[in-house]
Design a protein around this ligand. Structure first.
Ligand SMILES: *[C@@H]1O[C@H](CO)[C@@H](O)[C@H](O)[C@H]1NC(C)=O
Ligand SMILES: *[C@@H]1O[C@H](CO)[C@@H](O)[C@H](O)[C@H]1NC(C)=O
Length: 293
């Protein structure tokens, strides 16, 4: 009897424990999924899913690998599934991770101290942000021997002393540009890497049209992160202008008439001279049979 009752008590306790933990699990909020960083030019956004019901919200905590957990005031008990952390990840050299916590609705109280959370991968701004497509101006020198690309260093989402920084400000001499170019009429590509934002190309065929696109190139990064997004393609003008572009129709017509006149004159003079030189011979030839007869 004693034995059986103790088994029953143990069984009931176990059942209760299972029941309790089941209640706990169902009483907590769904865990976030797919916590992902996306970052272009240091505009860094954390996204996740699913959209929350009105029963709960999300709160983001981030920290550098050695630092304390911090929160961004825009991403506390929020119904959104994204958080802009551009201004929060202030030390670009560090690597950060973020947790997305499933938290009670705004204003609601809770006894829970632990919330379900999902963690992001590591994100290191300087190494990992994508560099967006740069803009450039194309200029061919007067003598056609030099083509110059004036790069516009892409702006970042970072500010310092009220000034918006561009990628050159951030990477300084670690930033290079890679120009990929080809003759307009061919597909064979050539590559030129430049340390500066003003890129001079010499040795292109004079008078040919070339097409160019440019990407930021940061050799100090890991291989798959070295090249930025491609700019749009720009082509230089080819210089084999048709004769009608260079001279007006009137000038061409005048030229043709002049040439015809000169040719006519030459023919006229030649014929005249030939006649004069032939005349005595002709007379002689015509006279010969007469003389012989
Ligand atoms: C997470 O990603 C997987 C695979 O891409 C997808 O099937 C799932 O729907 C995503 N979950 C949310 C909540 O977005
Ligand atoms: C380059 O070639 C494309 C077609 O291949 C043509 O549309 C374009 O006008 C050319 N540009 C120049 C500057 O010749």
């Amino acid at each position: 009897m004693t034995r059986s009752s103790s088994t029953t008590t143990a069984g009931a306790a176990l059942l209760f424990a299972v029941f309790l933990s089941a209640r706990c699990a169902s009483g907590s909020y769904p865990r976030a999924q797919n916590v992902t960083w996306s970052s272009v030019n240091f505009k860094t956004i954390l996204t996740w899913g699913p959209r929350p019901s009105s029963d709960y919200t999300y709160t983001v905590e981030y920290s550098s690998l050695s630092g304390d957990k911090q929160r961004n005031s825009h991403c506390i008990r929020s119904s959104l599934t994204l958080c802009d952390l551009s201004a929060s990840l202030t030390d670009l050299d560090l690597c950060y991770t973020a947790d997305v916590l499933s938290t009670p609705p705004l204003g609601a109280t809770t006894d829970l101290t632990e919330f379900p959370h999902a963690s992001s991968k590591k994100f290191c701004p300087l190494q990992d942000t994508d560099i967006g497509k740069p803009d450039f101006k194309l200029e061919v020198s007067q003598d056609k021997r030099k083509t110059t690309l004036y790069m516009q260093d892409p702006l970042t989402a970072l500010f310092k002393d009220g000034r918006q920084l561009n990628v050159r400000d951030v990477y300084a001499d670690k930033l290079m540009y890679r120009v990929t170019y080809r003759r307009n009429k061919s597909t064979g590509k050539k590559v030129h890497n430049s340390k500066t934002s003003v890129i001079e190309l010499t040795g292109l065929d004079v008078g040919e049209s070339y097409c160019f696109y440019v990407q930021a190139y940061i050799p100090s990064r890991s291989t798959e992160k070295q090249l930025g997004e491609q700019s749009s393609t720009q082509c230089s003008n080819d210089d084999k202008k048709s004769i009608f572009d260079v001279y007006s129709v009137g000038v061409i017509a005048g030229g043709i008439i002049l040439i015809l006149a000169v040719v006519g004159l030459i023919i006229g003079v030649t014929v005249f001279c030939l006649r004069r030189r032939r005349s005595p011979r002709n007379n002689r030839k015509e006279g010969e049979p007469l003389n012989a007869a």
